[in-house]
Write a protein that binds this ligand. Structure first.
Ligand SMILES: NC(=O)c1ccc[n+]([C@@H]2O[C@H](COP(=O)([O-])OP(=O)(O)OC[C@H]3O[C@@H](n4cnc5c(N)ncnc54)[C@H](OP(=O)(O)O)[C@@H]3O)[C@@H](O)[C@H]2O)c1
Length: 244
C-alpha cells in the first residue's frame, strides 16, 4: 500500500514506543490520530511534533479498559479525520504477576487493555474499511512465546494478540493485511533504570536494545508490503531464540 495521505490510528501514541511508531508514520506522509489514556500533555506534544513533519495529527482520549471505548474511539477518529486505513494497536499494560499472586484486577487489566481493546478496534476497523485496502499492526512482545515466570497475564494477553493476528489476517484477506511486531527491549519499564534495559538486552544474541529507527523501518515494511499477512516479525535482537 502506498501509505502517503492515509490516516493511521495509533493507540498509546503519546509517548515512548507508541510515539516512535506515530512519528515513523508521519515521516512516511501518513496523517496520525494520536490516542492517549492519561498522558494528555505528552499527546499534545506528539501531535505538535507530527504536524511539524507536514501531516495532520489530532489527539483522542480513551480509557481502553472499558468495553465500549474502542469502538467509540474509532468512530471519533473517523468523524474527525476520515476512515483510518491503518490501525496500530500499541497501548498496553505491563504489570508483574505470577500464577499464585495474580489478582483478578491484574488479569482484567491485561486482557481488557492489551487484547480485548485490540480486538474491538480491529472489529470497528474491519467494518469501516470493508474490502480494503487496510493494514493492522499489533504490537506484541518476544515474551508472548516464552513461558517466563514474572508476567503471567501480560504474556497471555500478548500471546492472544498473536492468535488474533493470525485469525484476523485469514478472515480479512485479501483487502486487509494483519501483522504483528514482536518487540524486544526498547525502553526500560517506567521506574526502571537504563541499566535494567542494558542488562536485559545483553542476554540476547544481538546484545543491545532495539533502536527507534529499527522500529520505524519494521513498521513501514509491514504496512507497505501487501504480500505479508499473518506474520509475526520479531524485532528483538534474537531474544526469542534464546528464551523461547
Ligand atoms: N518498552 C519496551 O521495551 C517494549 C518491549 C516489548 C514490547 N513492548 C510493547 O510496546 C508497546 C508500547 O510499550 P511502552 O513501553 O511504550 O508502553 P508504556 O510506556 O507502558 O505505555 C503504555 C501505553 O499504553 C497506554 N495505556 C495504558 N493504560 C491505558 C488505558 N487504560 N487506556 C488507554 N491507553 C492506556 C498509555 O497511555 P497513557 O500514558 O496516555 O495513559 C501508554 O501510551 C506495548 O504494547 C508493549 O507491550 C514494549
Amino acid at each position: 500500500m502506498d501509505l502517503r495521505g492515509h490516516i493511521a490510528l495509533v493507540t498509546g501514541a503519546a509517548h515512548r514506543v507508541g510515539r516512535m511508531l506515530a512519528l515513523a508514520l508521519a515521516r512516511a506522509g501518513v496523517h496520525v490520530a494520536v490516542h492517549y489514556g492519561r498522558s494528555a500533555q505528552a499527546a499534545h506534544e506528539t501531535v505538535d511534533a507530527i504536524r511539524r513533519l507536514g501531516v495532520q495529527a489530532q489527539a483522542f482520549q480513551a480509557d481502553l479498559r472499558t468495553p465500549e471505548a474502542p469502538a467509540q474511539l474509532f468512530h471519533q477518529v473517523q468523524a474527525s479525520l476520515g476512515v483510518p486505513r491503518i490501525l496500530v494497536n500499541s497501548a498496553a499494560a505491563f504489570v508483574p504477576g505470577q500464577v499464585r499472586d495474580t489478582t483478578l484486577e491484574n488479569w482484567d487489566l491485561h486482557l481488557n487493555l492489551n487484547l480485548r481493546a485490540a480486538f474491538l478496534l480491529t472489529q470497528a476497523f474491519a467494518r469501516a474499511v470493508g474490502a480494503g485496502p487496510g493494514k493492522v499492526v499489533n504490537i506484541t512482545d518476544w515474551r508472548a512465546q516464552y513461558p517466563g515466570r514474572k508476567y503471567l497475564a501480560y504474556t497471555i494477553s500478548k500471546a492472544g494478540l498473536i492468535t488474533l493476528t493470525h485469525m484476523a489476517a485469514r478472515e480479512l484477506a485479501p483487502g486487509i493485511q494483519v501483522n504483528a511486531l514482536a518487540l524486544g527491549a526498547v525502553l526500560p519499564p517506567p521506574g526502571q533504570s537504563p541499566e535494567y534495559l542494558e542488562r536485559l538486552a545483553r542476554r540476547t544474541p544481538g546484545g543491545r536494545p532495539i533502536r527507534e529507527a529499527e522500529i520505524g523501518d519494521a513498521l513501514l515494511f509491514l504496512l507497505r508490503n501487501d504480500a505479508v499477512t499473518g506474520e509475526v516479525l520479531y524485532l528483538d535482537a534474537g531474544a526469542h531464540l534464546v528464551h523461547g
